[in-house]
Design a protein around this ligand. Structure first.
Ligand SMILES: [Zn+2]
Length: 165
């Protein structure tokens, strides 16, 4: 059994900025990556980068622009930044991952969903029981085929702590 991530941490200002930029892209889903570190099964996000959503139906799904995705990966490596999660927004909810999300997701990192459907817009974090321990991604990841999750029930919620800057 792989060990589950116990907690996710983000600062108030990073969360606020991420949600604000997701909101600006409504009614479309927006997506990208989170930078930070994973230590002792705690994932800390301290920055992010948007990647253009090239999904055919961006109002209900997302797909990274392949060229931008590679660029972000290269840039991260050059700056010695680890990609610890992926985020995308659900402009009209829900806060949980959809079946479609499970099919497209690289399950080795945490998944952050910005639920913009309620008055209290918030991030929700999920991990995936894939049999391997979540790890920071490296530059090679963008070209790697994401491993296919078995079923949606394998998502588990990771408690998120929003801390002061
Ligand atoms: Zn989704």
């Amino acid at each position: 059994m792989s060990e589950r991530l116990k907690r996710a941490v983000i600062t108030h200002s990073v969360q606020a900025s991420l949600i604000e930029q997701c909101r600006a892209r409504k009614p479309y889903e927006s997506c990208g990556v989170l930078f930070g570190e994973v230590a002792n099964l705690v994932v800390r996000a301290d920055g992010f980068a948007f990647i253009r959503n090239v999904a055919v139906h961006p109002e209900r799904s997302f797909q990274f622009d392949p060229a931008e995705w590679i660029q972000v990966g290269c840039h991260a490596q050059k700056n010695q930044r680890s990609i610890v999660g992926f985020f995308h927004s659900h402009p009209y909810g829900p806060h949980r991952p959809s079946q479609l999300d499970a099919e497209g997701q690289d399950v080795s990192a945490s998944m952050w969903i910005a639920d913009l459907s309620r008055q209290h817009e918030a991030l929700h974090v999920y991990g995936f029981d894939s049999g391997s321990r979540p790890r920071p991604l490296t530059q090679e990841q963008p070209e790697a085929k994401p491993s296919k999750p078995q079923a949606q029930s394998s998502w588990y919620a990771i408690p998120l702590t929003v801390c002061a800057d």
